[in-house]
Design a protein around this ligand. Structure first.
Ligand code: PGA
Length: 247
């Protein structure tokens, strides 16, 4: 059985005052039947990790560089994420792919760096609306998966997040059948490439997950949790999603 994961992606949101939301979440969930992760902006990672140490909430970054150190102004390495207390790093989020031109090859190199630093890589894939309407979803997602995951991916060091680009921050969600079709295909590809490890790699759904739709999405086959943006910013909302995983 794959243990479910509720992962929050704060994106470029949050300053010191936001730590109170994480405190509230930790207080509300002293125990849980799922794993819980918050990925704050880089400026908060160290503070949040300190604050949540001793709680069951893990912390992570939203990106890392391929190199462990060097002349890369503005970047953060996987070693630095680990040093700041992070255990995970989101890689290849569609906003990084769109805003920074990140390719599958770059995401894979970042994932290799993350695994080398002992982090768990949360590798994101997902089609645009144009690609979905052209009937290319399975091919696009399959291609991203093949190109973005390193050969060293295991159930312990890698999580996949399927996030249709058109569902992120829009309030639009694919039908449960559409989510299931993609997740089943991702599972088949993971097993084909990684064998038993591929069966253990968790596949999260992401894109407009909220307390009101979480339970039905978590009922879909091969959905092992969620990567949550907007609804992870408030402890009550994220708690509602965690509750759906603990029902
Ligand atoms: P959303 O974002 O939950 O705000 O749609 C999801 C994500 O980008 O990870």
């Amino acid at each position: 059985m794959r243990r479910k994961l509720a992962a929050g992606n704060w994106k470029m949101n949050g300053t010191g005052g936001s730590l109170a939301e994480a405190d509230a979440l930790a207080a509300a969930w002293p125990q849980a039947a799922c794993d819980i992760l918050i990925c704050p902006p880089a400026t908060l990672l160290s503070r949040l990790s300190d604050r949540l140490s001793g709680s069951l909430i893990a912390t992570g970054a939203q990106d890392c560089h391929t190199a462990s150190s060097g002349a890369h102004t503005g970047d953060v390495s996987a070693d630095m994420v680990a040093d700041a207390g992070g255990s995970h790093v989101i890689l290849g989020h569609s906003e990084r792919r769109a805003d920074h031109g990140e390719t599958d090859a770059l995401v894979r190199a970042k994932a290799e760096a993350a695994l080398g630093a002992g982090l768990i890589a949360v590798v994101c894939v997902g089609e645009t609306l144009e690609e979905r309407e052209a009937g290319q979803t399975i091919d696009i997602v399959g291609g991203q998966l093949a190109g973005s995951l390193p050969d060293g991916a295991t159930a312990a060091n890698t999580v996949v997040a399927y996030e249709p680009v058109w569902a992120i921050g829009t309030g639009k969600v694919p039908t449960l059948e559409e989510i299931g079709a993609v997740h089943d295909d991702i599972r088949a590809r993971l097993v084909a490439r990684f064998g038993a490890e591929g069966d253990g790699i968790r596949v999260l759904y992401g894109g407009s997950v909220k307390p009101s739709n979480a339970a039905e999405i978590f009922g879909v086959s091969n959905v092992d949790g969620a990567l949550v943006g907007g609804a992870s910013l408030k402890a009550d909302d994220f708690g509602g999603i965690i509750a759906a995983l603990n029902a």
